[in-house]
Design a protein around this ligand. Sequence first.
Ligand code: SF4
Length: 276
Amino acid sequence: MSASFPRASSPDAPSPESRSEGAVAALHRRAAALNAAFEAADASARLAGLLADEAGQAVFTTSFGLEDQVLTHLIATLRLPVRFATLDTGRLFPEVYALWAQTEARYGVVIAPFHPRHDAIEGFVRQNGVNAFYGSREARRTCCAIRKVEPLGRALADADLWIAGLRADQSAARGGVRFAEADAARKLIKVNPLLDWSREQALAFAREHDVPLNPLHAQGFVSIGCQPCTRAIAPGEPERAGRWWWEDDAARECGLHVGADGGLSRASPAVAEAQA
Ligand code: SF4
């Protein structure tokens, strides 16, 4: 049964702000309940459990990295009702496109592409140059907002549940990641089923289950994003050291998982601007 609200003319009618606050509070309650129910479970049980819990539309966004390939394997083999999506920035490695096709064939799934808006990216490149991201942090963030964050908004437009592949030990900035988090800006619950996995654990799982992986991982490319913004790392370097390596901010992120407070997991003001 749907909830009934007092009529707008009623003196008791909640304001739009209070309705919004109520919706955000409900998201936080639901995230807390999911953490209580599933955070201590294993990854398969987390996925199966939360999707059995009247999750609504679930969307998994993959960039075909190690963790995302493990999640694809779990979601596909468990036959969970999840929609697959990926952000095709137009600057990905050729190996990513090959793995995309290989993954669809292996698991019999369709991984829907979300591209940048052509008018936005054409204008940005015309004004700033094709490799503007090397010139300033502002240009880099704008490029990420156009190529990644705005398309992500469309990929998640009707989602109630967003499945992502974050692990807490990928970087210090990701250390506080929870299993379920309220994304108030996008009005959904974000879940990180591999939050407590190590990279070694994910690699061992992939080997055991013959999960297709990007061959660049074996060449030192640990965290793989766009080709011009990713380099291989040396043994002992932090996992995300190869992303935007010319910037000096150790907590650098592309904006997909960054909140309004600068922390991870909620949509940033830049997101809202890019989506407007
Ligand atoms: S990672 Fe680099 S090329 Fe890709 S969207 Fe961000 S700045 Fe642009």
